[in-house]
Write a protein that binds this ligand. Structure first.
Ligand code: GLU
Ligand code: ASP
Length: 497
């Protein structure tokens, strides 16, 4: 996009009207707020829905299978961002892609709102994977589009947007979780669907007035000659995949375990291919190559972080349900409520970190060091979970405060790593690949969860101490390595801090 085009877009967005920010931020904030409300509300009860007995309104699946499905689902939700990024960049532009994604997501929740059993579950997962891939990376990209390149409100705009994500994630387990667990899972899922509907309404009603031309451009449209070739490749691949799935299901090969193995392979192969393509591209300069190499250890660090963070809605969710004392101080705590702790701590502590970085100015740790410290806290969040079993055994129920402490620690890690990592990705990825930045960052989460799918099934009360201990220690070790490497990485980052 030329500078003139960029200027024209920024000028078309009313530059005031939402906490001193462009009005467009209102639209993006609430669209993402409601989308995350629906996603995290659904995730807060999905595990329980899968493994609860049929007589209790669940699907009666085996626990270890349900844990793996949660991880593989999470992985695909972020992996599909690659497709969503491509569609916006080359076919539809961001806004239309976001809207289409929102519709698919809402339909996905509707499939769970009815008692359709396992078929409903898999249909819903498919729709939400595709829908989130279309919506999430693109709604985030448009945030960048509404500010001019020199506007110093840009970073704080992203922070406000991040608050929207976490406010949505905070309130939904309390609403969807309570209704879903107390009354009926399908009722919970229907609230998630209504949440996404509200997001779509806000988006559709306010986008023209608030966003102007932002997100309406197709940045790198397919040329007419290319179109035919690309569409035939897509068509043929789709047919091959459908044929493979049909053959595999008929012949009994398509087991959940087999599927998990395939996605895990993709989770490793896709980022490697991404790095190779970026590294070898003639458009990548030699400084950019050096930055890219420095980015690889950070990407691995981010994977380690997400592997633990995402287990908050899998292993710690199961822990909340099965291993935790839920009647406390005269009230009955719903196990889904623990899912509100991460976003609650994010909302509470993000301003503290923002203040800290301003106060430290140039004395603040470099990006690799922030990652290293982040991994230390992330590891500790699992190490503390050893204590209840170590002290009282796994027969007696644990005090809920242990989970609170664990979520608190992981959030310290999250604030040192997640916003910092996203910003590092935008600075370290070669300029020619800037449209893929968001997808690249989400891949660190997708790959982590692809690996998680194989790990989470090893968790049982018998293996608990070993499980939390080994994974926690691994994160701390990785943090240490990153700390030692940080001067070298800093140098290879060629001026990026
Ligand atoms: N909690 C983050 C969100 O929902 C996770 C996405 C990421 O991998 O950055 O936005
Ligand atoms: N903190 C997560 C993210 O930023 C939300 C969550 O895990 O509930 O969006």
């Amino acid at each position: 996009m030329t500078h003139e085009e960029k200027d024209r877009i920024v000028q078309s967005v009313p530059q005031k009207g939402f906490f001193g920010h462009p009005k467009g931020l209102f639209t993006l904030f609430f669209t993402e707020f409601w989308e995350r409300f629906s996603y995290y509300g659904m995730r807060a009860i999905l595990l329980y829905y899968m493994y609860s007995e049929v007589k209790n309104g669940g699907l009666g699946m085996e626990e270890s299978t349900a844990l793996s499905i949660m991880a593989i689902y999470g992985s695909l939700v972020y992996m599909s961002g690659i497709i969503g990024g491509w569609i916006a960049d080359r076919l539809l532009g961001s806004l239309q892609t976001v809207f289409t994604g929102g519709v698919l997501i809402m339909m996905g929740h509707i499939f769970l709102a009815f008692p359709f059993g396992k078929m409903g579950l898999f249909a819903s997962m498919f729709l939400i994977i595709m829908g989130t891939g279309l919506l999430k990376p693109n709604v985030s990209n448009v945030v960048g589009d509404i500010y001019s390149e020199t506007d110093n409100r840009r970073d704080s705009g992203f922070s406000i947007f991040y608050m929207g994500i976490n406010l949505g994630a905070f309130i939904s387990p309390l609403i969807v979780g309570t209704l879903g667990q107390k009354y009926n899972y399908h009722l919970g899922f229907s609230i998630a669907a209504i949440g996404m509907l509200l997001g779509l309404i806000v988006f559709a009603v306010t986008k023209r007035k608030n966003l102007g031309l932002a997100g309406t451009y197709v940045p790198n449209p397919l040329m007419p000659g290319e179109k035919k070739k690309v569409f035939s490749i897509i068509g043929i691949s789709a047919l091959v995949i459908i044929a493979l799935v049909v053959v595999a299901s008929v012949s009994g090969w398509l087991t959940i375990d087999g599927f998990i193995t395939w996605v895990s392979i993709l989770g490793i192969v896709i980022p490697i291919m991404y790095f190779i393509v970026m590294y070898r591209s003639p458009k990548t300069t030699s400084d950019e190559r050096s930055r890219l190499l420095a980015y690889i250890p950070l990407f691995i660090g981010a994977m380690m972080f997400w592997a633990i963070q995402e287990q908050g809605s899998i292993i710690l969710a199961q822990y909340a349900d099965k291993r935790t004392q839920l009647d406390w101080a005269g009230i009955h705590i719903q196990s889904s409520w623990f899912q509100s702790l991460n976003p609650l701590f994010i909302v509470a502590l993000a301003p503290v970190f923002a203040w800290l970085w301003v106060k430290l100015g140039n004395r603040q740790p470099s990006t690799p060091k922030k990652f290293a410290i982040g991994l230390l806290f992330t590891g500790l969040s699992f190490i503390v979970m050893i204590v209840p079993a170590y002290v009282n055994g796994t027969e007696s129920l644990a005090n809920p405060w242990w989970l609170v402490l664990s979520f608190f620690l992981v959030v310290i890690g999250e604030l040192l790593l997640s916003p910092v990592g996203l910003s590092a990705t935008t600075k370290l990825a070669p300029a020619a690949f800037s449209a893929q930045t968001m997808s690249l960052w989400f891949l660190s989460n997708a790959s982590a969860q692809a690996i998680n799918a194989n790990i989470v099934k090893l968790y049982t009360p018998e293996t608990e101490i070993l499980y939390f201990g080994v994974i926690g220690a691994f994160s701390i070790l990785l943090g240490l390595i990153l700390f030692l490497l940080s001067p070298k990485l800093q140098k290879a980052m060629k001026g990026v801090r």
